[in-house]
Unconditional design. Structure first.
Length: 540
């Protein structure tokens, strides 16, 4: 038999619905401090800005490595971007942050949405207190229903949690960009070292050949009785010492190639083919555009990462502060319940069976607002707020320190780049003079106009000066790479591309249902000036 709600029950339901609507409208309040980006002092210009080799005009550093005009280097950086395992892991961390944001977004909606059902055999104790012989202690029971619970975001706690999730997502993207900046710079640095070592090896072999020629001359003159055996011994000593440097340089060169292979996510044997072609040391352009300090602060992803972590931490302070206020929730439950208990023995007319589950008389429900308030835990709650605020202030200081570190890195790299150019200029003059000195000493010794000691000294000086010059040329390239890294360039190479390669996404999709997160993982905006990246709302 179907039992309809009474008039009083209908009125109660109407009043509850109106109250629920009013409570929903009042969920616009928000606790916690409003986020304000920390202000930091920045220099107006770089210390070396007067040097004509550094331009203050705005710099496009999105593909700074192309200034070396080296196709092999361009290919290596592209390979590292698509194949480096560390960068791939950073891209997957972005997916993780998006999933975490989806969890936080779901808390804005009813936190409990639960369909339940059961079929139970119930047996009560016959010796329990207040148990009568008339009670049916052995019966079956079944139910089917839906429960919901919605803690209203009356104080903005859940919205603050979503803001923290957005901040963490943006920070994970900035972390990806920072890893990409470091990766591109490290590939260029190691590549420059490889080319420098190759040049040093060639010079060492050339000097060994020159010294072998001197040994031949000393041997001929010794056998002719013109000089003593001392000249031959000295010549052989110099030659052997130079030849010993060759395997040492070859060992360093191979280890550098191994390091490059690791950056590219390849085995060492696969790198040699990518290094074919030009073998010159990367040459720096006559002028490098570095912009102004303000450009660097906006561009560097590590600064952006700390700033987005600040936003997230500020929101967590609001989440903690919401604990000072009551939690207001809406509860609702509707279902069907029936049992096979014998009610006649207890003096009730009629009875029921498990088959009556879908009768209207089996309907049960409850609905209404509830609240809870931790009124005696204020000390603990306030200390939770203080903990979050202290963490925020720590990040403020970390943000300022990151800015100072960034400025220092640019200044260090600038002075190293400029001074290494002057060093190379003087070493070129020295090496040229040493080469001429060897020519003269060789001729004079062969003609018997001078002793072997002068030739020995000149050849030793030539080998040293040429090696220093080659090393200095390599340092120019390495210092320029460090300057570009300090300026924060190179992360733009990922714009318009997914953070996770297609093969990895396919592997993850086969293992787990990722929905649209794997297909829609490119933000619609990615400028460092943007306060918040725009994403499609994740599944919640």
């Amino acid at each position: 038999m179907c039992t309809l709600p009474t008039l009083s029950e209908i009125r109660w339901l109407k009043r509850t619905a109106v109250l629920l609507a009013l409570l929903t409208l009042l969920t616009g309040c928000a606790v916690g401090p409003n986020y304000v980006k920390p202000s930091v002092e920045e220099p107006e210009a770089w210390s070396e800005s007067e040097d004509p080799a550094l331009g203050s005009e705005p710099a496009d550093l999105s593909r700074w490595w192309t200034v070396f005009e080296d196709p092999a280097l361009n290919g290596l950086i592209e390979k590292a971007h698509t194949n480096n395992p560390g960068l791939r892991a950073a891209g997957i961390r972005i997916l993780e942050a998006r999933a975490q944001l989806g969890i936080a977004t779901g808390t804005l909606y009813p936190q409990v949405q639960q369909l339940r059902g059961d079929v139970l055999a119930v047996g009560g104790s016959e010796t329990a207190a207040n148990t009568t012989s008339a009670a049916d202690l052995r019966y079956g029971e079944t139910s089917l229903g839906f429960d919901t619970a919605w803690e209203l975001d009356f104080w903005g706690k859940f919205r603050k949690a979503v803001a923290a999730g957005v901040g963490n997502l943006d920070a994970s993207i900035a972390s990806y960009d920072d890893i990409l900046v470091t990766l591109t710079a490290e590939v260029a640095r190691v590549y420059s070292r490889i080319r420098t070592l190759e040049a040093r090896l060639e010079i060492t072999r050339n000097n060994a050949a020159l010294q072998a020629r001197s040994l031949e001359i000393a041997t001929v003159r010794f056998e002719g009785g013109d000089v003593t055996e001392l000249d031959v011994a000295q010549a052989r000593t110099l030659l052997a010492n130079t030849q010993a440097a060759i395997p040492r340089l070859e060992s360093i060169l191979q280890r550098s190639k191994n390091a490059l292979a690791l950056l590219l996510g390849l085995f060492p044997a696969e790198v040699d083919a990518m290094l074919k072609g030009t073998s010159d040391i990367p040459s720096a352009p006559p002028e490098v555009a570095v912009g102004i300090p303000a450009d660097m602060l906006r561009r560097r992803p590590d600064i952006r990462q700390v700033e987005r972590r600040l936003l997230a931490q500020n929101a967590l302070t609001g989440v903690a502060e919401a604990g000072l206020y009551p939690r207001i929730s809406l509860l609702g439950s509707i279902g069907l319940k029936s049992s096979s208990a014998d009610l006649t023995a207890a003096g009730f007319p009629g009875g029921s069976s498990l088959g009556d589950l879908f009768d209207a008389s089996s309907l049960e429900f409850l609905a209404g607002p509830t609240f809870s308030w931790d009124i005696f835990n204020y000390g603990r709650i306030k200390n939770r707020v203080r903990v979050q605020d202290a963490r925020f202030q720590q990040l403020v200081e970390a943000y300022r320190n990151t800015v100072l570190e960034a400025v220092r890195e640019v200044e260090d790299a600038s002075v190293a780049f400029l001074r290494s150019q002057w060093e190379s200029k003087y070493l070129l003059e020295s090496a040229t003079a040493a080469s001429r000195s060897v020519e003269l000493a060789m001729f004079q010794y062969q003609e018997g106009l001078t002793d072997y000691q002068r030739l020995l000294d000149s050849q030793r000086a030539l080998a040293s000066q040429q090696d220093l010059l080659t090393t200095s040329r390599g340092n120019i390239a390495v210092n320029l790479v460090a300057l570009y890294k300090a300026l924060g360039g190179g992360w733009e190479i990922r714009e318009g591309k997914p953070f996770v390669p297609e093969t990895t996404r396919e592997e993850m999709a086969e293992r787990t249902d990722w929905g649209d997160l794997l297909e829609d993982e490119i933000p619609t905006t990615s400028s460092p000036e943007t306060e918040q990246l725009e994403w499609r709302a994740p599944d919640w």
